[in-house]
Design a protein around this ligand. Structure first.
Ligand SMILES: Cc1cc2nc3c(=O)[nH]c(=O)nc-3n(C[C@H](O)[C@H](O)[C@H](O)COP(=O)(O)OP(=O)(O)OC[C@H]3O[C@@H](n4cnc5c(N)ncnc54)[C@H](O)[C@@H]3O)c2cc1C
Length: 396
C-alpha cells in the first residue's frame, strides 16, 4: 500500500504556521515590498517559534519535523510571501544542511544548534561574477597557511548576505583540480577581519530579502571551519542544493495555490457581459490548469521530501543510485514547480485584467516574486541538464 496522508503532527504544524503567517506576516507583506526592507521583527518571531529549524533534529535545537515538515512550512510561506520563504530557505536548506550532513560535533554545537534555535542566521555563498551555472569555475581562493586558510575573492548574489551571522562559503583550495577535488566548503563568521558586505542588489521582486556581494580580503579561517573534507566542497554544495530545490518546489506549490484562490474568487465576483467571468470557458480552463498543476506538484514535492527523510542525513550511508535518484527528483520538482508557478501566476494576473497590472496588488507582487525561482539554486536549463545526464547513465 502507498500511504499519501499527512500525520496529525504534520497537520498541526500546517495549522500553526498558517495562523502565525496570517497574523504576523500577511499584514506587513505589501509594506515590505514597497519599502524594500528586511522584515526583522517577523523574522525574529519566526525564529522564536522554531521555524528556522523545522527539519533539524531536536538534539541540535530543531523541531525534528524532517523535510516533509520543512516543505509544509515552505508551502505555507509560498502562499503568503516569497521574501520570507527565501530568507528561511537560504538559511535552512543551504545554510544548515552542510552543517547537519557534513559538520563535525563541534561545528554542530557552535553553528548548527544556534541556527536551528533561531539565534543565528545563515547564508550560503557559491556564485561569483564569472561563475554562476558553471559554479565549478569559481575564483575565490582559500590558501592553506599553517593551521589556517586565507580566503581571498568576491562572491555575488548572496541571499541573507547582509544580515547573516555566518556564511557557508565555497572556495578553491586547488585551482588545478577545480570542482573535482579542488573546492572546499568553509563556515565563516560575520565578524572575521577582512570580511565585509559589499553592494546589495535592487531587484524585480523578493524585496524583503537581501541579495549581497561578499568581499573576502585575506580572511583568515581556522582549519576547523572546513565543512566536510578539504576538496569535497562541491559535494557539500550539491547536497544542500538538492534540499533547496525540493523546498523551492514546495514554495512554488504555495504560490500556485494562492494565485489560483485569488483568481477563482475574482472570477466569481467580476461580472462582464452580464455574467461572472468564471462562467466563461476560457477563464475556467485557466483555473483548471492551475488546479491540475497544484495537484501534480503536491505529490512530486512530498514524495521527494519523504524520500530525503527516508535517506537520513548521513551521506556515508547513501548508495550511488539512491543519491542520483534524489538529485533527479530535486531537479524535477524545482524545474516543474517554478515553471508551473510562473504560468499560474501569469494566468491569474490575466484573469484580474487591468487590475492585475496595478502596482501593489497581491497578484502583481506575486508575478514579480515568482520569476526568480526559474533562475536561482540552478537555472531550469541546468535542472534539465541534470535530469538529461541522469537519463544518459540510468535511463528513464
Ligand atoms: C535573487 C537572487 C538570489 C540568489 N541567491 C543566491 C545565494 O544565496 N547563493 C548563491 O551562491 N547564489 C545565489 N544566487 C545566484 C544564482 O544561483 C545564479 O544567478 C544562477 O545560478 C545563475 O547563474 P548566473 O546568474 O551567473 O547565470 P549564467 O550561469 O551566466 O546563465 C545565463 C544563462 O545561460 C544559461 N546556461 C548557462 N550554462 C548553460 C548550459 N550548460 N546549458 C544551457 N544553458 C546554460 C542559463 O540557464 C541562463 O539562462 C542568487 C541570484 C539571485 C538573482
Amino acid at each position: 500500500m502507498i500511504e499519501f496522508s499527512f500525520t496529525a503532527e504534520q497537520e498541526a504544524l500546517r495549522t500553526g504556521i498558517r495562523a502565525f503567517l496570517e497574523k504576523e506576516v500577511l499584514p506587513i507583506v505589501a509594506e515590505i515590498d514597497e519599502s524594500e526592507t528586511f522584515p526583522t521583527t517577523s523574522v525574529r518571531k519566526m525564529q522564536s517559534e522554531g521555524y528556522f529549524g523545522v527539519p533539524i533534529p531536536e538534539e541540535y535545537g530543531g523541531l525534528g519535523l524532517g523535510k516533509v515538515g520543512y516543505c509544509i512550512l515552505l508551502e505555507e510561506l509560498g502562499r503568503v510571501d516569497a521574501s520570507h520563504g527565501t530568507i528561511v530557505g537560504a538559511h535552512t536548506s543551504l545554510g544548515t544542511t552542510p552543517l547537519l550532513y557534513y559538520g563535525t560535533a563541534a561545528q554542530k554545537r557552535r553553528w548548527l544548534t544556534p541556527a536551528a534555535r533561531g539565534e543565528k542566521l545563515l547564508a550560503f555563498s557559491l556564485t561569483e561574477s564569472g561563475s554562476g551555472s558553471d559554479s565549478g569555475s569559481m575564483r575565490l581562493t582559500a590558501e592553506r597557511v599553517g593551521d589556517k586558510f586565507v580566503l581571498t575573492g568576491t562572491k555575488l548574489y548572496v541571499t541573507n548576505g547582509r544580515e547573516a551571522d555566518a556564511v557557508i562559503v565555497m572556495a578553491l583550495t586547488d585551482p588545478a583540480l577545480g570542482p573535482n577535488g579542488g573546492v572546499t566548503a568553509f563556515v565563516v563568521d560575520r565578524g572575521s577581519p577582512g570580511f565585509r558586505v559589499g553592494r546589495c542588489e535592487k531587484k524585480m521582486g523578493l524585496h524583503g530579502s537581501s541579495t549581497a556581494e561578499l568581499i573576502f580580503d585575506h580572511v583568515e579561517v581556522p582549519a576547523e571551519n572546513v565543512v566536510g573534507e578539504v576538496g569535497k566542497g562541491f559535494l557539500v554544495a550539491m547536497t544542500a542544493l538538492d534540499v533547496g530545490r525540493v523546498s523551492l518546489g514546495a514554495a512554488s506549490l504555495g504560490a500556485i495555490e494562492s494565485a489560483g484562490e485569488m483568481a477563482l474568487k475574482f472570477a466569481q465576483e467580476r461580472t462582464q457581459f452580464g455574467h461572472p467571468i468564471a462562467e466563461f470557458e476560457a477563464i475556467q480552463f485557466k483555473l483548471a490548469d492551475m488546479a491540475m498543476h497544484a495537484h501534480a506538484l503536491r505529490y512530486l514535492v512530498y514524495q521527494a521530501a519523504a524520500h530525503q527523510d527516508q535517506m537520513g542525513h548521513d551521506p556515508s550511508t547513501w548508495g550511488r543510485l539512491e543519491r542520483q535518484q534524489k538529485t533527479r527528483e530535486s531537479a524535477t520538482v524545482k524545474c516543474l514547480g517554478s515553471e508551473w508557478a510562473s504560468e499560474a501566476i501569469d494566468e491569474a494576473l490575466q484573469i484580474h485584467g487591468g487590475l492585475g497590472y496595478i502596482r501593489g496588488t497581491p497578484i502583481e507582487r506575486a508575478y514579480r516574486d515568482a520569476r526568480i525561482a526559474e533562475i536561482f539554486e540552478g537555472t531550469n536549463e541546468i535542472q534539465r541538464l541534470v535530469v538529461a545526464r541522469d537519463l544518459m547513465t540510468r535511463g528513464f
